[in-house]
Design a protein around this ligand. Structure first.
Ligand SMILES: [Zn+2]
Length: 392
């Protein structure tokens, strides 16, 4: 039995960590997140016989989606070099396996998450109700709205710039909308603190921030994806299911003093990621990109032309493939809050399972293919030359 850490069909793997949020079903129900260092986990297998001498860690105090005792039992089967790693890393490795082989567990987890969300929604009083239903004319800047209404490649070209291959930017949100959303998030956090409610963070890479889908914004964000991001993705990301985006994970992340400072290098569990800065005042926090990679090539070196730094501006959106490796530099002063929408395509994920050579979007696959073609042409030339010589 081969239980490898990095070969599942869920989004994963980056160098050195992965932002991996798992969606249960096409209704956008989020059911859990995990992040793990690839260096530890890739190509690791469980041992066939348990290590009976090993005393497993206790997992009772962690908020986990499987019973803590399952983790303690499974731990005895870990590859020897994983036994000594931090408990969090063991959890990540074991969760990955459990998710793959315990579909019932996954179903229970989704159910638990629905209950969690229900509990929030029935207790939390929204501050700005107008945010919960999409209203294009107050949400979006006029140029963006016009381009979407025209819905043509031409119209998108008029608002979108591509400062680096595969990274698209455009002005999107009105300052007033950003303000309202920031204030709603603050209000939600105030409620969380007052009610002493334990919330799930957007992913395990961010200790701060909130999942917008969990407190009532799921429908609005779904409409935002379908009506405003999918048309653009259809044009710019057709090769990764840009036209069939059908579920999302929507959240805000917060950087600065008393918040997360920076974000390590990773890939998202999304086909297309929308990242919009909401404010406030800040310096630093640049988003750095290091080329698009498939699972197989996620740890390969960056080529010079793939390296790109983006400076956030409030209201301005960045759109990129989830598999475009990236991270955030330290926010050195002030506070920076960004809206993230991880857009997914179930069609693309299914097709990826069956179709070989499906990663024309991976920089490294593309280079390999070009190299194969080059050497095949060279070989043909040589052969022709050889024939020529033989006949003269
Ligand atoms: Zn590749």
């Amino acid at each position: 039995m081969s239980l490898q850490g990095g070969s599942g069909d869920r989004g994963e793997v980056a160098s050195p960590t992965t932002g991996n949020a798992v969606s249960a079903g096409g209704n956008g129900v989020m059911s859990g997140e995990s992040i793990r260092p690839v260096t530890v986990l890739s190509s690791q297998r469980l041992r066939l016989n348990p290590n009976k001498e090993h005393k497993p860690d206790n997992y009772e105090d962690l908020q986990l989606d499987f019973s803590p005792s399952i983790f303690s039992s499974l731990e005895k089967y870990l590859p020897p070099n994983l036994l000594g790693v931090p408990r969090e890393d063991k959890v990540k490795f074991m969760r990955e396996i459990l998710l793959k082989y315990l579909p019932q567990g996954e179903r229970n987890r989704a159910q638990k998450h629905r209950e969690y969300r229900q509990k929030i929604i029935s207790n939390y009083q929204p501050l700005h109700r107008e945010l919960y239903t999409i209203n294009p004319s107050t949400f979006f800047v006029p140029d963006f709205l016009q381009a979407i209404t025209d819905n043509s490649e031409e119209s998108f070209k008029s608002i979108v710039t591509e400062p680096s291959p595969g990274v698209f930017t455009f002005n999107m949100l009105q300052p007033r909308f950003c303000e309202l959303l920031l204030s709603e998030v603050e209000n939600f956090e105030k409620w969380v603190n007052e009610a002493k409610f334990r919330i799930m963070r957007p992913n395990t890479m961010n200790k701060y921030g909130a999942v917008l889908d969990d407190f009532g914004l799921e429908t609005m964000l779904d409409k935002l994806m379908e009506g405003f991001i999918r048309p653009i993705s259809k044009v710019y990301f057709p090769e990764v299911g840009g036209s069939t985006l059908d579920s999302h994970h929507g959240f805000v992340v917060e950087y600065g003093k008393d918040r997360d400072v920076e974000l390590g290098f990773h890939v998202d569990d999304s086909e297309v990621t929308l990242n919009v800065c909401l404010g406030k005042q800040f310096s630093g926090g640049e988003l750095y990109f290091r080329g698009t990679r498939c699972d197989k090539h996620v740890n390969t070196a960056t080529h010079k032309e793939e390296s790109f730094d983006y400076v956030h501006e409030p209201g301005k959106a960045v759109l990129h493939r989830g598999r475009h490796r990236h991270g955030a530099r330290a926010t050195t002063s002030g506070h920076r809050i960004n809206l993230l929408l991880w857009c997914r395509s179930s069609v693309f994920r299914e097709m990826k399972k069956y179709q070989k050579d499906f990663s024309s979007w991976c920089g490294e696959c593309f280079r390999e293919k070009t190299e194969r073609q080059r050497s095949s042409i060279a070989a043909t030339k040589l052969e022709l030359l050889g024939r020529g010589e033989a006949t003269t």
